[in-house]
Design a binder for this molecule. Structure first.
Ligand code: PLP
Length: 372
């Protein structure tokens, strides 16, 4: 650290220089991210609440109400009539909290998750001293119910289902998973970190995928993905209030004497901006965004198919296709920022910044690349 402070101008110069090396969603080159530019209003609200610390919620009771209300709105969007939970830093923290609660509730050590479940479950199990058993998916990349059932036993604390898998966007059969967990007294956690702001609209938009997470004991939904809320903002929901108590820690010297999150001091700006955007957009606003993302996804799907490249039919706004490593390399050189599945397929998340124009430019480059 320097002895003497600099002028704001001088510091800004450094910051702007650093920011030049960052990519921006609005430039349309980022095709592999599950985040996008937050809503302009969310940025305003976020800066309004910078002081607010929900780790000491007794001092910020207004923000605490906004947190509770956002959780209720997120739960309502999922079609749930239970809304106990927390606004957290994202999907990872939500998944860790859910498995932490499941472990303490059941006193068991084994977690069964489909191979498509996000790597945050490895983090969670590592931290919590749990054993994770990864189970095969079927041809449609959905958790194999037969395999999940075969693994479920009296040592199992949690089964994980995913509603909108990170790599393929597929949705596990939550009802079937719920039947298994009820039979064995296992906690069912559903990870809808991405899907939670997409799936609730698909039926009404004319797509066949149904979504009903009511059979879950806990659910992850991330407003900082398709919810347009700035990072960091996740949400974990629990069916029974008593399950949250499984992760309770006493906070003797604070204004609220109990905490139910991993982080202690935590920003209230996330909860306030989630509240603001949920209220501002309403179901209608989100549905319009999802409609466009889904239409663009199918436009891209059609374009890739027409190039003769095998591509999986999308469930939500995530596409994976087998382009080969050379294609990935060339497209990256052309400036596209793609991601890959664990199997090496090229994976595209059709976020709102991935517009029809961006898709058309991408398809032209893909066509050129596939001729090489
Ligand atoms: N769950 C799913 C399905 C995800 O796709 C992701 C991130 O991509 C996560 C959990 C982890 O979320 P975060 O990166 O917000 O911790």
């Amino acid at each position: 650290m320097e002895e003497k402070g600099r002028s704001k101008f001088s510091v800004l110069k450094i910051l702007k220089q650093a920011q030049k090396n960052d990519l921006r969603y609005k430039d349309g080159r980022i095709l592999g991210s599950m985040c996008t530019s937050p809503h302009e209003f969310a940025k305003e609200v976020f800066s309004m609440f910078l002081e607010s610390n929900l780790g000491d919620a007794g001092l910020f009771q207004g923000t605490e109400v906004l947190e509770k209300d956002s959780i209720k709105m997120i739960a309502h969007l999922q079609g749930l009539d239970w809304s106990h939970g927390q606004i957290v830093t994202g999907g990872t923290e939500a998944n860790i909290l859910a498995l932490w609660a499941a472990r303490n509730k059941t006193g068991r050590q084994k977690v069964i998750a489909p191979e498509t479940a996000h790597f945050s479950f490895e983090k969670a199990c590592n931290l919590l001293g749990l054993e994770i058993v990864r189970v095969k998916t079927d041809r449609d990349k959905r958790a194999s119910i037969i395999e999940m059932e075969a693994e479920a036993d009296e040592k199992t604390c949690a089964l994980v289902g995913v509603a909108g898998t990170t790599e393929y966007g597929t949705v596990d059969d939550i009802e079937a998973l719920s039947n298994i967990t009820v039979e064995h007294g296992i906690h069912l956690h559903v990870d809808a970190a991405f899907g939670g702001f997409v799936l609730p609209f698909l039926k009404e938009l004319g797509y066949s995928t149904s979504y009903s997470p009511d059979g879950a004991d806990s659910l992850t939904v991330d407003p900082h993905k398709m919810g347009f809320v700035p990072v960091p903002c996740g949400c974990v929901l629990f069916k029974d209030e008593a399950t949250i108590e499984m992760v309770e820690t006493k906070a003797p010297y604070l204004t609220k004497k109990r905490q139910h999150t991993i982080v202690g001091t935590r920003t209230g700006a996330s909860a306030a901006s989630a509240f603001a955007i949920l209220k501002l957009l309403g179901r209608e606003g989100y549905r319009t965004i999802v409609k466009e993302c889904m239409e663009n996804t199918f436009y891209l799907y059609k374009g890739i198919s027409e190039l003769g490249i095998p591509v999986r039919k999308p469930t939500i706004n995530i596409l994976a296709f087998d382009g080969g490593s050379k294609t990935l390399e060339v497209l990256t050189k052309k400036g596209w920022r793609l991601s890959t599945t664990r199997k090496g397929e090229i994976r595209i998340v059709v976020m709102p910044h991935v517009t029809k124009t961006v898709i058309e430019e991408f398809l032209l480059d893909l066509q050129e690349t596939s001729k090489l």
